[in-house]
Design a protein around this ligand. Structure first.
Ligand SMILES: [Zn+2]
Length: 390
């Protein structure tokens, strides 16, 4: 390695000649060389690695033929420094938040870890590419005391981690009892029967359980798969639109117990808000975004998923009709479909969800102009850095 005018020999291997004329040797070798910059007295910064191989030819007065391969390297022993701008964070169980931070060097990975879930951060909101934003979610079932940290790892693998300062308000979610009758199952089954494997369709109850339990999991995976492609820009502005003139029918994270013939047969959490208006009501895009998915998603029926950028998504389910297609760029309040009863729905309503990456969060926060202002807008504006163009 050559570094700062010094030449350092990191390692050398000599292979004994073998074969009839002493001409055979290994064709392929793998070496692991641990380079300890401190022990070598090497400072951080650019340098050059040279691999030299000499054969046993008698040419060049017995010195053999020499081949050299050079590679530019950067010695980096310092972890990135994280400068956190968002110092006051009031978070609620089932809610969301934002972290704004500057990194001292480019990092392939940075973001917020909440318990076991990582919420990646992105640059691009500000012209200064070192300033990142990360939306984060406090899952409704996050264990008490779960740590929340801001993390960054540079290209050399040096990692930094700082505590994400916050106050977390825990809350209890509503409990709900749903009586499941044969009549209800017969009503929803025609649109979902094709999803139920023969082994699980022995009885109405079995079919229902498969749909409510196994299909729900399959559908979650499909939703998360659709939420992988992330627009690297903040496409939205201001509070999200709630379906107009709609009555709430079920809340976010309601713990539902399903009762069949007087016996509880299942429990599921309701990860959205049910809103009922007139049948076939037009459904407006809650905010500007790009359609990430539009089509049938199991128990959610005809569904649209809108990507609002940087990992924030809204989802519209049980639609009777979809009028948007994947890739469409929608303005706030642009109609994307009409309410209906597709999927696992007893009557005409909109199931509305907000997702932060892989976690469903309470839509109520995103409908609230005060929450948006205090928890998102003011935090983004507090950073004295010019914003990138939209
Ligand atoms: Zn629902």
């Amino acid at each position: 390695m050559s570094k700062d005018g010094k030449e350092l020999l990191l390692g050398a291997v000599d292979f004994p000649a073998s074969g009839f004329l002493g001409t055979q040797g290994p064709r392929r070798e793998t070496f692991r060389i641990a380079i300890e910059p401190a022990a070598l007295g090497v400072a951080d910064g650019p340098g050059k690695l040279t691999l030299s191989v000499r054969d046993r030819s008698w040419r060049n007065w017995g010195h053999g033929n020499l081949t050299q391969v050079e590679k530019e390297v950067v010695v980096d022993t310092r972890p990135p420094v994280i400068e956190m701008f968002t110092q006051q964070n009031y978070l609620t169980l089932g809610g969301a938040g934002i972290a704004v931070y500057r990194l001292s060097e480019a990092c392939p990975v940075s973001g917020v870890r909440v318990g076991a879930t990582f919420y990646p951060g992105f640059s691009g909101y500000y012209t200064d590419r070192a300033v990142h934003i990360a939306f984060l979610a406090i899952a409704h079932d996050l264990p008490a005391g779960a740590p929340i940290t801001l993390e960054a790892t540079d290209a050399a693998g040096n990692a930094s981690r700082v505590r994400f300062p916050h106050l977390l308000r825990r809350k209890a979610f509503k409990k709900d009892r749903l009586a499941i009758s044969d009549g209800f199952i017969k009503q929803i089954l025609p649109g979902l029967q094709h999803l139920v494997p023969a082994s699980a369709s022995g009885s109405l109850k079995e079919s229902f359980l498969y749909i409510n339990r196994d299909q729900r999991r399959i559908d979650y995976d499909a939703i998360i798969a659709a939420a992988q492609a992330i627009q690297p820009a903040m496409l939205w502005q201001g509070p999200f639109t709630r379906l107009p003139n709609a009555a709430p029918r079920a809340g976010f994270a309601d713990r539902r117990s399903y009762v069949y013939e007087g016996v509880e047969i299942d429990q599921q959490d309701h990860m959205g808000v049910d809103l009922a208006s007139l049948a076939n009501s037009p459904v407006p895009a809650a905010n500007a975004g790009v359609v990430a998915a539009a089509g049938f998603i199991g128990i959610y029926g005809q569904t649209v998923i809108l990507d609002h950028g940087f990992g924030l998504f809204s989802m519209y389910s049980h639609l009777s009709q979809i009028t948007a297609k994947p890739g469409d760029r929608l303005n706030k309040d642009e109609v994307l479909g009409y309410t209906g009863t597709t999927g696992l729905a007893g009557g005409d309503h909109l199931h509305f969800s907000i997702l932060v990456h892989t976690t469903f969060v309470d839509p109520v926060e995103w409908w609230d102009p005060h929450w948006i202002r205090d928890n998102i807008t003011l935090k983004l504006n507090a950073v004295a850095a010019p914003r990138a163009g939209r």
